[in-house]
Design a protein around this ligand. Structure first.
Ligand code: GLU
Length: 476
């Protein structure tokens, strides 16, 4: 409880695509606050914008959150005492409340055509004025309204915004924020298709669902005064608001965008970032523990989380830091756990190959999808230029000799390869670095590879010999 109230938070995404990584961060803070105070965390689907709806995305949203190991106490799939948790299933509720506002004179019918609104906007734009509704329908008589309704003229319902007032609220992150009502548009609350806008539906739902704390992105900050007017008109207590900073691109320039990789929470899992590493990284993108602890399990985060340590300054989405966290969490895994993960990201590898690869690769990858690039040579003949074999300035004849002799050795013995190859180098007085460049490129088709000799058992004798033959043929 906070202030004698059971803490209730919510995440309210729209089914318009994949879960954004910024939404996952918001969700994490929602979740932590609710759990810390033994409250509830709610999932609500805000699907009132039918034009932007993407089929099936609601299921993907829920699944992505689950894949990150998080869950909700109330939501569309499990219900709860304040359901339904899908806005288009709550239309009757919104109807009831819009009637109340109309009756009290806090909302009004607007019969303006789209054409009129477009013209108005164009004129305002040409005069360099802020685009906003000119309250043309604000003072229609009851009689005119009824006549229009009887004639089935399409309408929207708008919010009455008082003039010359200052609306003040205390944001949990940004402190006191003031808005002049002259800058606020008479927001459409109910669209011409009878469906509420986000603004109206979200306020009704947050109230009825007893939400105590609203975390959301700072892009919603300018909407908050409209929401506060609604709370005032209904005589409802407002929840506390925390408008979180945007996430910036890794170069610190601009809001995080696809320019620097995907912004979808799901893509990170597909790239082989571990959920716990992602969450740990996100915890610190907008919050700090007040000391220098860096690694947090979810439970530790819940305990440490506090509203006082949320940041005002937008963080950069530093992928190097993320890789660092992922590397750390990967190395915490037992070989048994890694084996499951390796199998998922290297489905073409056999169990025996995976067993061989785990100790070789676990220290060398930052994310699990690196496994594919690191082990490509095990599953195909990687194409490369002959010159790469001779990268260290090796004489072609010498390179062939090195390859021939290694081939003979490997044909005879396919064990103790490290030792045997080192003896071969010594016997022939070759330069070790030079030999391994030729040999590495012959086997892997690349100069940057995991320890090549250690990988040979995973490649198998036959394939090893074949790759050497291909290299010899290239030089000849
Ligand atoms: N439906 C809004 C979104 O998609 C939620 C905003 C809020 O949390 O109030 O981001």
């Amino acid at each position: 409880m906070i202030d004698n109230k059971i803490v209730r938070t919510r995440i309210a995404p729209s089914p318009t695509g994949e879960l954004h990584i910024g939404t996952l961060r918001t969700l994490l803070y929602d979740y932590a606050l609710a759990k810390k105070y033994n409250g509830q965390f709610i999932f609500r689907l805000e699907d009132t914008d039918q034009k932007r709806y993407i089929q099936g995305s609601e299921i993907r949203l829920l699944e992505t959150i689950k894949d990150y190991g998080l869950s909700w106490d109330e939501g569309p799939d499990i219900g709860g005492p304040y359901g339904p948790y899908v806005q288009t299933e709550r239309l009757e509720i919104y109807n009831k409340y819009i009637k109340e506002l109309l009756d009290k004179g806090f909302a009004y019918y607007c019969f303006c055509t789209q054409e009129r609104l477009d013209n108005l906007r164009a004129t305002q734009k040409s005069q360099k004025l802020l685009p906003r509704y000119d309250q043309h329908c604000l003072n229609l008589s009851k009689k005119d309204i009824q006549k229009n309704l009887d004639n089935k003229i399409p309408y929207t319902i708008r919010l009455v915004v008082p003039k010359n007032e200052t609306i003040v609220f205390e944001d949990l992150i940004r402190g006191k924020i003031k808005f002049n009502t002259n800058e606020i548009d008479d927001q459409v609350l109910i669209k011409s298709n009878g469906i509420p806008t986000y603004h109206f539906a979200a306020v009704i739902d947050d109230h009825l669902m007893k939400i105590t704390h609203v975390f959301r992105g700072e892009e919603w900050l300018t909407s908050t005064p409209k929401h506060l007017l609604l709370y005032r008109y209904f005589g409802w207590e407002t929840p506390q608001f925390a408008h979180l900073t945007v996430l910036l691109n890794p170069d610190g320039k601009g809001k995080m965008s696809k320019r620097s990789g995907s912004t979808h929470a799901r893509t990170f899992l597909e790239e082989g970032y571990l959920p716990e590493a992602m969450l740990n990284f996100l915890m610190l993108l907008g919050w700090n523990p007040g000391n220098n602890q860096e690694f947090f399990t979810l439970d530790e985060f819940i305990k440490a989380f506090s509203l006082e340590h949320l940041h005002k300054k937008a963080p950069t989405f530093d992928r190097k830091k993320l890789d660092y966290f992922n590397g750390y969490y990967l190395r915490q895994k037992s070989d048994q756990e890694l084996s499951v993960l390796f199998k998922k990201f290297l489905p073409q590898a056999s169990d025996d190959q995976i067993k061989i690869l785990i100790p070789i690769l676990k220290e060398r990858i930052t994310k699990l999808s690196d496994l594919q690039t690191q082990t490509k040579f095990l599953f195909e003949d990687v194409d490369y230029q002959k010159d790469l074999l001779l990268k260290k300035g090796t004489d072609p004849k010498l390179a062939i000799e090195m390859l021939q002799k290694s081939k003979e050795l490997i044909k005879k013995y396919f064990s103790n390869l490290s030792e045997n190859l080192l003896n071969l180098i010594k016997e022939n007085n070759w330069n070790t670095g030079e030999f391994f460049m030729v040999f590495r490129v012959a086997i892997c088709g690349s100069e940057f590879t995991p320890p090549v000799v250690d990988c040979l058992p995973a490649l198998g004798q036959e394939k090893t010999l074949r790759k050497i033959d291909i290299a010899i043929a290239k030089i000849n």
